[in-house]
Design a protein around this ligand. Structure first.
Ligand code: UN1
Length: 507
């Protein structure tokens, strides 16, 4: 197949998929903003940016929807999310194909992303019957003290191109069962998948029956649209996924008006290969975590610390895997590494590789693979003598920096010696090493794994990280609490009014 015929097929495929998913054609044609497929570099659609007035109107509508939705019993709210999960199941192949066309993920990963949405819907349905508070011991006789969790309001969701649909669902599936409404600003690079998800959500709403209008909406645009969402007084929570630079802009603005921020920012994730590691397993774990999604996950493995005793056994095998991995059209069977999102992504990769070379790194791979106007690159392995500055910054591309270590304490110190704190892992069969790594003086990340890589978390756990990663937690465990407000209630069923702390006040 020539590059030219592939280029034609991407737009045609997108149009067909959007049609099947029920996205109104006027939403993706005739607009000001071109949407390029990273697969071919071709423009697939022209979407319409929302004006600030339209963002404000969407927020007002969402607030109105919230006022009604909060009165719907939580398990009934869960029914809407259950229906939405059914729509996702039915549309999995099409939505996955659109994720591939718009974000460039290989088919298996795109389907995995939709599966992650289905999983969080299932989780949220169960959660809709478990939004529980505590009953607490009170020091006063004939009193009862308890906490109640109430719906919070409108949740603003800002998502990134690399998980164009799953990240929204981690937030929205929980927010909807918690009684909130959502306004979603997808990445400017991936608005089509957002429009498709909104169309599927509307199908679920039609089946549900009486969903208040405006419960979920999509606002497309750049910085201005994001700022309108972040600054609006009727948005008590903004969940934002993206770069640390974006988080630095969003966080203080939210703090200024005492709104909540749930930030999922950069990661610079490491793995340690210890002397006792199962090297076959480590090789597979490292390969997926470092090269999967073309290195464009926030959980991508970017730094590898290999013990000196296994370095010479491990590195040649890793290099062979880097040399043989199939880079190319993500729609083709057998491709493991698809394109970078755009020219800028490729340039940042090349800049990092040049910086690494200047710092003494030995680079294998990293070259551009010519595919018309799209940006494909061979994943790069960089052997570094030390953790230079370039290694400490997150470059959103398939670059793995490899360093040798002697003492585990040093490796842990190096793994923690970066500004980011998302995910981490150790490959070891030594129980003491494994436990040390996940202990208080081990990894300082929000995610610390043993004998699996740092990426590919499932939704049951809380997802997020420390330091410049932003501190937010999404998805499982008790992450739902971020989407609700807690009230502490003290009830007096006696006939006297004993005051706390023994205070007397007799009038
Ligand atoms: C992201 O890259 O923004 O753990 C999220 C993972 C996925 C989520 C990544 N479940 O790699």
């Amino acid at each position: 197949m020539t590059v030219q015929s592939k280029i034609t097929s991407a737009a045609a495929e997108a149009a067909a998929v959007l049609g099947r998913l029920g996205v109104t054609e006027s939403l993706w044609t005739g607009g000001n903003r071109p949407v390029r497929s990273p697969v071919t570099g071709e423009v697939m659609a022209q979407v319409h940016d929302a004006s600030v007035a339209q963002v404000n109107a969407a927020i007002e509508a969402a607030h109105g929807a919230f006022l009604a939705w909060r009165n719907v019993p939580a398990p009934r709210r869960g029914e809407l999310v259950r229906l939405f999960g059914e729509e996702l199941r039915a549309a999995k192949a099409d939505l996955g194909a659109l994720v591939t066309l718009e974000a460039g993920k290989v088919t298996s990963e795109s389907l995995g992303e939709v599966q992650e949405m289905i999983d969080i819907c299932d989780y949220a349905v169960g959660l809709s019957r478990q939004l529980f508070g505590l009953t607490l011991a009170t020091e006063r006789p004939d009193h009862r003290m308890m906490e109640t969790w109430h719906p919070l309001g409108v949740v603003g969701i800002i998502s990134a191109f690399n998980f164009p649909v799953a990240v929204w669902s981690w937030n929205s599936a929980l927010a909807f069962v918690c009684g909130d409404a959502c306004v979603w600003k997808p990445s400017e690079k991936t608005p089509l998948t957002a429009l498709a998800v909104q169309a599927l959500f509307e199908r679920a709403c039609a089946k549900f029956g009486d969903v208040p209008a405006g419960l979920s909406s999509v606002v497309i645009g750049g910085r201005e649209v994001g700022e309108a969402l972040v600054d609006h007084p009727k948005v008590p929570l903004v969940s934002a996924t993206g770069s640390t630079a974006m988080g630095r802009a969003v966080g203080p603005r939210l703090a200024q008006r005492f709104a909540r921020a749930l930030l999922e920012l950069g990661g610079n994730n490491a793995a340690i290969i210890a002397p006792s590691a199962d090297l076959d397993l480590a090789l597979r774990g490292v390969a997926f975590a470092a090269m999967g999604t073309a290195g464009q996950r926030c959980t991508t493995l970017r730094r590898l610390f290999v013990h000196e005793s296994v370095y010479d056994a491990f590195l040649p095998r890793l290099k062979a895997a880097y040399g043989s991995v199939k880079v190319g059209d993500p729609r083709e069977a057998g491709t493991l590494v698809g394109p970078l999102i755009d020219a800028q992504g490729f340039e940042l990769m090349q800049k990092a590789l040049a910086d690494a070379k200047a710092a003494g790194g030995a680079v294998t791979g990293g070259e551009r693979v010519e595919m018309g106007e799209a940006f494909y690159a061979r994943p790069a392995l960089v052997e570094m003598a030390s953790q230079a500055d370039v290694v400490k910054r997150e470059t959103f591309a398939p670059i793995l920096y490899v360093m040798k270590y002697r003492d585990l304490a040093d490796a842990i110190a190096l793994q923690n010696d970066v500004p980011q704190g998302l995910s981490s892992s150790i490959f070891t069969n030594d129980m003491r090493e494994a436990e040390l790594f996940i202990s208080a003086r081990g990894s300082d990340c929000g995610i610390a794994n043993v004998n699996i890589g740092p990426s590919g978390a499932e939704i049951g756990g809380a997802f997020g990280g420390e330091k410049e990663t932003g501190g937010g937690r999404e998805a499982g465990s008790d992450s739902w609490k971020a989407y609700m407000r807690r009230a502490t209630n003290t009830l007096n069923y006696g006939k006297t009014l004993p005051l706390a702390q023994g205070v007397t006040f007799d009038v």
